[in-house]
Design a protein. Sequence first.
Length: 115
Amino acid sequence: MSLRIIVDDLTAAPTRALIAAHLAGMHENSPPESVHALDFGALAAPGVTVWSAWRDDDLVGIGALAQLDSELGELKSMRVDDRFRGTGAVRFTRARGSPRAGRSRATRPIRSPPS
């Protein structure tokens, strides 16, 4: 699968729809204290970069990185459109990022061990 990955400004309708679906799904399927997904405002905050992956005109998925310092980032709001689940499209999240990153599952970042 050939993907075009761009820094996303969160204005495209497909991007906004996927983020809205992500947030709705998190709130529907998780207890409130376990929902750590970022909303539009938090995704647009300084220090957070959102990438989107596209196959032709179809949005495949999004991923965001909150840069915590010069060497550590926290992966945020990763979501693949349901049409592309199971196709290996998630690999786009590895195409961008910081030298070390942790995936957010709690109120504090998960820190990777030193390499």
